[in-house]
Every structure is written in C-alpha cells, then in structure tokens.
Design a binder for this molecule. Structure first.
Ligand SMILES: Cc1cc2nc3c(=O)[nH]c(=O)nc-3n(C[C@H](O)[C@H](O)[C@H](O)COP(=O)(O)O)c2cc1C
Length: 72
C-alpha cells in the first residue's frame, strides 16, 4: 500500500466529498442523543451541535424517533 505520509497531516488535510469541500477529515457520526423533545428539534439540540462544529467540518445529526418507544 502506498504511503499517505504523516497520518495526522492527512487527517487535517482538505477533502472534496461530492459537492462538499471539507477543510479536514474529522467527521461526527450520527449518535442517538434523544434531544429532540416529542420529536421536535429545539434550541438545546442546536447548541449541542454548534459546540461540535468546526469551519469546513462535517457532522451528522441524529434522526428524530418515529415513536416514543423507538428511542434506544
Ligand atoms: C440515527 C443513528 C444513531 C446512532 N446512534 C449511535 C449512538 O448513540 N452511539 C453509537 O456508538 N453509535 C451510534 N450510531 C452509529 C454511529 O454513527 C457509528 O456508525 C458507529 O458508532 C460506528 O462508528 P465507527 O465504526 O466509525 O467507530 C448511530 C447511527 C445512526 C444512523
């Protein structure tokens, strides 16, 4: 396998993902935070993701639950 150089350099290097031009490759995967009360996203949810965003970064927020019993 060809060397990709210093892996830290690669992690923090730009990446073109479709129509998105990312400034680094650290991505937040979706997680079940259950912050959307009654299935409706609120200010606390916005603050949670705002705290984790970076310029040119990519994060995936969680989906809302299809029913109260579906929350894991
Ligand atoms: C809607 C949704 C919710 C998820 N919630 C969690 C979670 O709460 N905790 C978790 O570890 N992974 C959760 N996952 C899976 C993660 O996004 C991720 O795929 C998993 O942690 C494995 O990531 P890795 O292989 O990069 O370590 C969720 C995925 C989806 C699509």
């Amino acid at each position: 396998m060809a060397s990709q150089g210093n892996s830290t350099d690669t992690l923090f290097s730009p990446y073109k993902m479709g129509r998105f031009s990312l400034s680094h490759r650290v991505v937040l995967a979706p997680m079940t935070r259950c912050r959307a009360m009654n299935g409706v996203p609120n200010a606390a949810l916005g603050e949670y993701y705002a705290q984790r965003t970076t310029p040119g970064g990519f994060l995936i927020s969680e989906g809302t639950m299809v029913s109260p019993g579906s929350a894991g």
